[in-house]
Design a protein around this ligand. Structure first.
Ligand code: ZN
Length: 365
């Protein structure tokens, strides 16, 4: 991820133009990104796709016509064009077993700024590569779009796809030294909001959960009232609250490979939770089943987590009446999703539990 950031850092990007295209083409070497070109003047909801801004050259010259840098009195030239063209965005759709989708969105329009948002771009590209070779139930849609106008353009052109989006994350500013911050979706209690809160809480690392507000990145568009998707935002230090924000100090020293790796782990843990958050039926609901005769009681006897595993099995058996998902049970028990999921798997293997397909909404299948 850090190497990709280093490669993309020098490119002059804007919300339209050749720098944006060059960035997306570089990403296409890693993932099968489909590029869309939307002509200048296209109406997208209340907005219009703008002209392309392309910079050809920019310099400061002294009185002798020499390009310089030192502080003095100079003539400044910026050679650029603002002409009809296209707005470019990249999209990668990874089909899963079900039609329900997880949306991952990042903005690709900023010039040479590393944390905002080459870190988000690199993280999304890595997630796409990892998920492409991992078994997954959900379909995943990755959007690499210029901020605001790109998200609006995608939503305006893809209204038919919106109902399939079950969960989503906007990724931005994930490479600085700060702790992870999750901003909840407009809904506030969506499965993604609860999943991220649970994963961060059990990560053992400092973090913050922020309530939704109508300011920030493209969650503003995904969470506008007429769209109202369950899309939250994962960042580290929030935008505007650190001195390097939107300055040349947001450079290659400001982002850290280990922080990018930690954000990748967090995202994969969140997606794993969503993938496995299913609802089960206890097949022996009249009083507790006898775990001992099935070898489930003290199955890890002697080890420190023996009690935890039994407690997780008791919680899963007690709550699996077709109404509570594994995340519901993890939240209510205070146990980690991982231990609850392991308990469910063991009980399922011993035919004490089965997935409750009736509880899965038709659209998510
Ligand atoms: Zn920004």
């Amino acid at each position: 991820m850090y190497r990709l950031i280093s490669e993309l850092y020098p490119i002059c990007r804007s919300i339209t133009g050749d720098g944006l295209r060059q960035t997306l083409r570089r990403l296409r070497e890693q993932i099968r990104l489909e590029l869309s070109e939307v002509p200048t003047g296209t109406q997208v909801f209340d907005w219009t796709v703008p002209k392309e801004w392309n910079i050809r050259d920019a310099y400061v010259k002294n009185a002798r016509g020499e390009r310089v840098l030192k502080d003095a009195e100079y003539e400044v030239c910026i050679d650029s064009t603002l002409e009809d063209g296209h707005l470019t965005y990249g999209e990668y759709f990874l089909p899963g077993e079900i039609r329900g989708e997880v949306l991952i969105s990042c903005h690709t329009c900023h010039p040479s700024l590393c944390n905002d948002n080459l870190s988000g771009i690199a993280l999304a590209a890595s997630l796409a590569r990892v998920l492409a070779v991992a078994p997954h139930r959900y379909s995943y849609r990755f959007l690499f779009v210029p901020g605001t106008i790109g998200a609006i353009t995608w939503l305006a052109r893809n209204e038919d796809k919106i109902p399939h989006i079950k969960h989503g994350l906007v990724l931005t500013g994930v490479g600085d030294a700060g702790e992870l911050h999750y901003k909840k979706s407009r809904r506030g209690n969506a499965e993604i909001d609860r999943a991220v809160a649970h994963v961060l809480q059990h990560s053992g690392q400092p973090h913050k959960i922020l309530e939704f507000s109508p300011y920030g990145y493209d969650e503003r568009q995904y969470c506008s009232p007429g769209i109202n998707l369950p899309v939250g935002r994962l960042s580290r230090t929030p935008h505007g609250t650190f001195p390097e924000y939107h300055t040349s100090a947001d450079n290659l020293e400001f982002v850290h490979p280990e922080k990018l790796a930690d954000a990748l782990t967090a995202c994969l843990t969140i997606f794993s939770l969503l993938e496995n958050n299913q609802t089960y039926m206890n097949l022996n609901p009249k009083c507790e089943p006898q775990l001992g005769k099935r070898g489930l009681y003290r199955m890890v006897g002697g080890s420190a987590d023996a009690g935890l595993s039994e407690m997780a099995m008791l919680w899963v058996l007690n709550q699996s009446d077709g109404r509570n998902s594994l995340l519901d049970i993890a939240e209510r028990s205070g146990l980690s999703f991982d231990s609850i999921q392991k308990a469910a798997r063991a009980l399922e293997e011993h035919e004490l539990l089965r997935k409750d397909f009736k509880s899965v909404p038709q659209a998510a299948r």
